[in-house]
Design a protein. Structure first.
Length: 399
């Protein structure tokens, strides 16, 4: 089975866009993958358009060969959007290969070790604060935070992850200086921010109750000295993990050694070599792996290295439903899975974009047994919803 064409499709997803690759073959089988340009990755589509010229005509089954070829061709500038483009194409090859064999993708990865994946409700209630037009009910204050937490508990979720917000200046708003919202490149931490973090977590805990786990994501929004200030002030909280992004693994290891809570990190890394210093320096309790960026097959290799260092992994997953299915196959096969990220708040029409939606059951998501990823984008629906905005970080605004 040979690759005959590779096409990118982009559709409206409210405040952002969803991006897809459609890989056609001479057997009539279509392989799909989803990728993203909104999370600091402009230009992935352009790289895919360049790389596809070396993919067309190749054997669908030889996805590792293509990965190595593409890595050689881009060796002077590895990672970043190039790595994401390679991972996107390999993911589409996996889908086509599995469909050709009439098996789920997890069968290509060693077979599943679990039938469902533990999950946490990500961006709870972040999307309702940042994008209330698209994700009602709008959350404007701490009472809204509490109510969203109560909803998560009532719906059977066992864990939720939240972000940083300011509540004492009127309507709640996101604190994301690491992403220029607001633009404060010094990334300092003051008492006001710490007070607001505490108030937010207290409201969320009041809503979810004592038995639901709470995760908090600091992203790139503080440097080690500020992180240590925050962590000291949160030492009395019961937190599942604190998610921290630092480019310096030694600095993160120092923060972890002084943290009263487990530390997760690495969601923006591409390739085993970039993960290795974080393992060698014992910088993380849980390594977050973006299988969409790295490619699911390559992500399983990263998980194997993590396992050799006795570190569990968690998929980074905040895109569309196809990405959730791709991550589910990763979660199905890696023995050292900790928990999987998934967004629960969705746009009203998202169910129209895919043939199947994730199946939630008892606070977990069921691993699908359909061929390929287990869901396909519906091409005519995607084409009927052309993108309206640049989307993501490059055009962030409260909607």
């Amino acid at each position: 089975m040979k690759v005959t064409d590779v096409e990118t499709l982009i559709c409206d997803a409210g405040w952002r866009n969803y991006y897809f690759v459609k890989l056609s073959t001479d057997a009539g089988i279509v392989g799909w993958s989803e990728y993203d340009e909104g999370f600091g990755s402009p230009g992935v589509t352009g790289v895919i358009d360049q790389l596809k010229n070396r993919l067309i005509g190749l054997d669908v089954n030889a996805h590792e060969r293509f990965f190595q070829l593409a890595s050689c061709l881009t060796r002077p500038a590895p990672g970043s959007v190039i790595g994401q483009a390679i991972g996107t194409l390999e993911n589409a090859l996996l889908d086509a290969k599995a469909k050709g064999l009439n098996v789920p993708c997890y069968e290509l990865l060693g077979g599943k070790v679990r039938d469902s994946a533990p999950i946490y409700w990500s961006h709870c209630p972040t999307w309702r604060i940042n994008h209330p037009t698209f994700y009602p009910p709008a959350v404007k204050d701490l009472e809204g935070v509490r109510q969203t937490g109560a909803e998560a508990r009532e719906r059977g979720f066992k864990a939720v992850k939240t972000n940083l917000f300011i509540h004492d200046e009127g309507d709640a708003y996101a604190w994301r200086p690491g992403f220029a919202v607001p633009f404060k490149p010094e990334l300092t931490v003051d008492k006001k921010l710490i007070r607001n973090i505490r108030n937010h977590l207290e409201a969320l805990r009041d809503g979810v109750g004592p038995d639901v786990e709470i995760l908090i994501d600091f992203n790139f929004n503080a440097k080690p000295d500020g992180l240590l200030k925050i962590l000291r002030e949160l030492s009395d909280f019961d937190l599942y993990w604190t998610e921290i992004d630092l480019h310096n693994p030694e600095a993160l290891a120092y923060v972890r050694s002084h943290s009263p809570h487990p530390v997760s990190s690495c969601e923006t890394l591409i390739g085993m070599r970039n993960f290795l210093p974080y393992f060698q320096n014992q910088a993380v309790d849980v390594a977050i792996v973006d299988a969409v960026w790295n490619g699911v097959f390559q992500a399983t290799k990263i998980a194997a290295v993590a396992d050799a260092y006795d570190v569990n992994v968690a998929p980074h997953n905040f895109y569309g439903d196809l990405c959730s299915f791709m991550n589910l196959h990763f979660a199905a096969v890696v023995p050292n899975l900790q928990i999987m990220e998934i967004d629960v708040d969705r746009l009203p029409w998202e169910g129209e974009l895919f043939t199947h939606a994730p199946e939630f059951k008892n606070g977990q998501v069921v691993i699908p047994d359909r061929p390929g990823w287990g869901t396909d984008p519906i091409e005519e629906v995607i084409r009927a919803r052309p993108p309206k905005v640049a989307g993501g970080l490059l055009q962030y605004k409260k909607s």
